[in-house]
Design a protein around this ligand. Structure first.
Ligand code: G3H
Ligand code: 13P
Ligand code: ZN
Length: 331
């Protein structure tokens, strides 16, 4: 039997985005697929009084089991209430690729879904996205669409080359599909290797600095659809200090480069009102687990390495909410 997200205590993204645009900040969308990540999201967003979108990819659903994942999401709402955190929480499908997957998620209690038709041609993207919107809106579930292609390789999200969003298409796409928010491509990409070293310059500390995001395209898009909620995927910063911890403790991450926090701060002040962060969490957890294993080779209690990973994740997320997205204090 179908379950409504409203009965589980989630909210859709409509009000969140309206407030984010007015308040000139972005709502964090953190991916999760295990308990420690959920604990970190609730704790960090609760402590920093930030609205939050907890999102799961189809890869995460396969990894954790869709039923368990839904109950974990529900558990997050209860955990937040029990801790006295009065923050809005949305449960969102990240990169949904079929109508059927979106339906399954809506029926199991998701308050928001993304239908990523960006790999299809324009007309097919409109057709697929409209179909999802028509279904989702019957249940007051919000829908994110995407125009333009981000490069990067992950479990189920693969593209070799990015294609920037064409501002000329956005108004037509939004009008024809009825989507509630739009993910765009302006130079971000998925994963920890967002830029090739040869695309970057080196700063005084020897850190690779990537080319700037295409804020000119973002401005053009904002002119075409003023006040419409824009989403930035592939927005991890790939924080060099965590990459260093990984590499100093047996890891081999070479030339990993992300989006500088200053660029995200600038984007968050614009119509960008949802910023997706997954890789930064993966890097934090890997860094702490590697550190514990190197420092305490006799340790074999998962709580002793996943615990520090979770605690560092909380710190990273609080920093994002306070200093990068500006969502802290806006629950
Ligand atoms: O954008 C994709 C997310 O980072 C999810 O990645 O498909 O490996 O779970 P995943
Ligand atoms: P990152 O790989 O930059 O964290 O992006 C995550 C994302 O866009 C999830 O949809
Ligand atoms: Zn993404």
């Amino acid at each position: 039997m179908a379950i409504s997200y409203k009965d589980l205590g989630f909210v859709n993204t409509r009000e969140m985005f309206k407030k984010a645009i007015e308040g000139k900040y972005a709502v964090p969308a953190y991916n999760f697929n295990n308990m420690e990540q959920i604990q970190a999201i609730v704790t960090a967003c609760g402590k920093s009084n930030s609205p939050v979108i907890m999102q799961v990819s189809s890869g995460a659903r396969k990894y954790a089991n869709p039923i368990l994942l839904r109950y974990m999401g529900q558990g997050a709402v209860q955990m937040a209430r029990d801790a006295g955190y009065n923050i809005p929480i949305a449960l969102h499908l990240d990169h949904g690729d079929t109508f059927e997957l979106c339906v399954q998620c809506i029926e199991s209690g998701f308050s928001s879904v993304m239908i990523d038709g960006s790999h299809h041609d324009y007309e097919k993207n409109i057709e697929l996205t409209s179909k999802v919107v028509e279904y989702a809106h019957k249940y007051d579930v919000t829908v994110e669409g995407e125009l333009g292609v981000l490069s990067g390789i992950e479990d189920d999200v693969v593209a070799a080359k990015s294609i920037y969003t064409q501002p000329d298409q956005v108004e037509d796409f939004v009008k024809k599909t009825g989507v509630d928010s739009l993910a765009i491509s302006i130079g971000t990409s998925h994963g920890a290797y967002k830029f090739k070293p040869e695309q970057c310059t080196k700063n005084a500390e020897g850190v690779l600095v990537p080319p700037p995001l295409r804020f000119d395209i973002l401005e053009e898009i904002e002119k075409r659809i003023p006040g419409f909620p824009i989403v930035l995927h592939g927005a991890s910063s790939v924080v060099p200090s965590y990459v260093d911890i990984i590499n100093n403790n047996g890891g081999k991450l070479k030339a990993a480069v992300g989006i500088p926090a200053s660029e995200l701060r600038k984007a968050a002040k614009s119509a960008v009102c949802k910023i997706n962060i997954d890789s930064d969490g993966r890097l934090v957890m890997t860094a702490m687990v590697r550190k514990v294993f190197m420092e305490k080779p006799d340790e074999f209690d998962p709580r002793k390495y996943l615990g520090p990973a979770r605690d560092e994740l909380v710190k990273m997320m609080i920093d994002k909410n306070q200093n990068v997205l500006g969502s802290a204090g806006n629950a």
